[in-house]
Design a protein around this ligand. Sequence first.
Ligand code: SF4
Length: 298
Amino acid sequence: MKPDKRSTIVWLQGLTCNGNSHSFFNYPSIDIFSKSFSILHHPQIKTPFSIEEILASDKDIDFLVIEGALSRSDDILSRFDFSFEELLEKLSKKAKHIICAGSCASYGGIFRLQNEKKIFGALFNAKESGGFWKENSKVVNISGCPMHPRWFVETLLKLHFGDKLSLDEYKRPKEVYSYLVHHGCLRNEYFEWKVDCNDYGLREGCLFYEHGCQGPMTHANCNKILWNTVSSKTRVGSACLGCTEFDFPKKRLYETPKNMSLPATPYGISRRAYYSVTGVIKGFKIDRLEKRLYEEDN
Ligand code: SF4
């Protein structure tokens, strides 16, 4: 049923590079978005209310969007008389839905890698201790570094129109995160025949064996809906870095971790079966796949 009013959004930023805001600003049909949503506050754009005014008012917040990691340091983000955690608590009580926009808000992102206890990453954290909310049924994670603007807007639209959202174990919408980046990648044939690319940026070869591609283990539909509707990292010859996953970032992003010179197995495939099949396939040499797809005319 069509709601009779626009849903309200309050956007809050923690420790962030603003990448998810910028990704959202690139949503191509912002006019359609504006028909259904009204942004009451966003720190990066001109919006009608300050956070102080939102706190003082009895306005309903349909969507509290959180971008960036959580800081527990009083020295950071303390422009209020209270801590950032208290601010979160106050706003989350007013909100109908809490959307963690991007991997820093969802799981900690790069902030997971530092040991300073006062700045802990994730706002919602289902698998590790230390997250702000252990269980909060209002939370939806739209992970990604950055998140794709369509993942964000389409999730909000579903909730706005009262559709049921099906979430995975990491609180991500299944509609987006049931896919793997590997699905739809143009390099699948090279993957199947174990032909690696010789370098980044080439059209030919798969980036899994030597160049760190995590497409077969990373949940997202990047190669199905593409970025800016035209491309993706693997299409331009760069490895998927696994940015939507709970354990992003891994330490050596462009290296394929090996066990006895064999790479990790793709998601959901038994190690033994995978290595047996790999052994057989490696015995084939397909000349067509060893050549350039085409040479550029000079
Ligand atoms: S480049 Fe990555 S996503 Fe593409 S086929 Fe190879 S492993 Fe899969």
